[in-house]
Design a protein around this ligand. Structure first.
Ligand SMILES: [Zn+2]
Length: 54
């Protein structure tokens, strides 16, 4: 496996407002948060691990 890290971005949790460090990888996977794509508004929606696990 050679899954290169592309970049790190900061996203804010849509539920609690906490900032998250998201790491993006070459194969389009990521870690550090949980991503949703909300239709029909086509907005990004991020949740931190704490909110996601509730
Ligand atoms: Zn949260």
């Amino acid at each position: 496996m050679n899954n290169q890290k592309i970049k790190e971005i900061t996203k804010r949790c849509s539920t609690c407002g906490k900032d998250m460090e998201i790491t993006l990888f070459e194969d389009k996977s990521y870690c550090g948060g949980n991503y949703f794509f909300v239709l029909p508004h086509k907005v990004e929606y991020w949740e931190c691990d704490d909110c996601y696990n509730e």
